[in-house]
Design a protein around this ligand. Sequence first.
Ligand code: CDV
Length: 312
Amino acid sequence: MARIVTVGIAQLGPIRRSESRQDVVVRLLALMEDAARMGADLIVYPEAALTAFFPHWWIDDEAELDSWFEREMPGAATRPLFEAARRLRIGFHLGYAELAVADGRKRRFNTAILVGKDGAIIGKYRKIHLPGYADHRPEQPFQNLEKRYFEVGNLGFPVWHAFGGRVGVMICNDRRWPEAYRVMGLQGVELVLLGYNTPVHNPAMPETDDLTNFHNHLSMQAGAYQNATWVVGVAKAGVEEGVDQIGQSCVIAPSGEIVVQCATLGDELQVARCDLDLCAAYKANIFNFAKHRRVEHYGLIVERTGAGDVLG
Ligand code: CDV
């Protein structure tokens, strides 16, 4: 019997800086109700889905910075999502900014959780590849301050048994790094979930602005194919506080093909039936890692070519 996971991709349009979490959760709940009606087992929300993407602006005041973070999950504003999941028997993936206090020290992460149909948290991932910089660049049209506001994630790239398969989570910029998929691929991942906030314009490399959409799909399609896994990428799209962000939320099969894609830059739900058994043929043949990967030779190649010098 095929292992079908019906996945809802819940793309979000812009969130205003002044919009409360409660108001955003109302939007998330509407998408969840629709997804449940359409038979989804799981709904995937974007990166930092509860607020506007605050790393796009400079924040000096610590109390103000803290106000963008969740101290508990679920908290008062997000509990309705967990209750609805339990009631509707639907799991969800949610990205958010996490404030954890350990040994009296504040730690801030760009985080995503996977929640089961019973409303219980299955696992948590903290973003590892943080783009941008930590200094203020007021000459730029917007900031990219993830390196200032977040620590590098400390939970690795875990893969969990969930929804009848092996599920992993990465966040936004992680999708551009083959290592992120490969670490999960080596754990037999069958379904990778990720959310993103991706500006069309890159102030450091404006000549690539025309390629932003292409690079989005290129990274995820390559990751899916080379690791024989489904990949689900979900955007926060549209013009948010002056920053134009791409959409293109999609579901990609282990063949690397896009099977479902959003067509707007607003709140939009699409649903795809993902047969996890499709991964098996690729894992057993062209990407049979045990048979065909030659890790013991890769070191020799690096040594011979001197490529190690540029690895940093
Ligand atoms: N939120 C992100 O990680 N955004 C980056 C942008 C800044 C390049 C991305 O990789 O889409």
